[in-house]
Design a protein around this ligand. Structure first.
Ligand code: SF4
Length: 249
């Protein structure tokens, strides 16, 4: 799964840019998901008086409105972005206005403003690109309305699989923290294979959801499991081992 964010203040063209990117990615055969950050404190999709609202008020933690044309699953509170992303399985996820994930960013601003470049910014677009083209401080400026193919080519080239926000105390095997390595990848100085998690030796799912493990935990599980199963008939060196645990405690 590859994730990137389109960032910028109001009226900088975020939604229009995202619409164009979605259409082009779909045209190329990719599945696409989106997450929109809403900065309006009072926002809620459910409204007082609706049956689903009454379910929530009665104490339900998760409420789903299932209808013919859509299914809306509503969770409580402001969910961490990585918990949200665990629920997605599309090829590309586009975040609109989300700033707390370690993902590449496309910066947008108005025509008469200066783009706010961050270490993870890899392109400039939106309203600013209507009358500016070429580069801004070394980053490509691309008009999503007139040159969407170039913008999506760049996204496909630049955006690596999702990075997690691993505590540097648990892993700094690449010589950076996760944000630092992604910034170096976007500058073309490193590659995704420099992250030890790019070649997991152990993968774990709990209730069908992938669980990210730092190398120390992967090695621990690897050693414990190999220590046991290597004594069993049927064990083959360098083979793949699948274990399913039904935890009924
Ligand atoms: S090796 Fe990967 S998980 Fe570890 S700090 Fe670097 S980017 Fe993060």
């Amino acid at each position: 799964m590859k994730v990137f964010s389109v960032t910028g203040l109001t009226a900088t063209g975020k939604t229009t840019t995202i619409e164009q990117i979605i259409k082009e990615l779909k045209e190329r055969g990719y599945s696409v998901g989106t997450v929109k950050e809403i900065h309006y404190d009072a926002f809620r999709i459910d409204t007082p008086g609706k049956n689903t609202y009454r379910h929530r008020e009665a104490g339900a933690d998760t409420v789903t409105a299932r209808a013919h044309h859509e299914t809306d699953i509503m969770y409580k509170g402001h969910m961490p972005i990585y918990d949200i992303l665990k629920r997605y399985s599309e090829d590309y996820i586009i975040l609109e206005g989300v700033r707390d994930a370690i993902v590449p960013e496309i910066a947008l601003c108005k025509e008469d403003e200066q783009p706010e470049l961050m270490p993870l910014t890899f392109a400039v677009s939106g309203v600013y690109a209507n009358n500016h083209c070429g580069t801004y401080l070394g980053l490509p400026v691309i008009n999503a309305q007139t040159d969407i193919k170039a913008l999506v080519d760049l996204i496909i080239k630049k955006v690596p699989p999702l990075f997690y926000d691993i505590d540097p105390a648990c892993c700094s095997k690449c010589g950076y923290d996760c944000r630092g390595l992604l910034a170096a990848i976007l500058r073309g100085e490193k590659s995704y294979s420099d992250c030890v998690l790019s070649s997991n030796i152990v993968s774990l799912k709990i209730n069908g959801k992938d669980i990210v493990m730092v190398p120390f935990v992967q090695n621990l599980l690897n050693n414990v499991i190999l220590g046991v199963v290597s004594e069993l008939n049927g064990y083959e060196k360098d083979g793949q081992i699948d274990i399913t645990i039904k935890n009924n405690e």
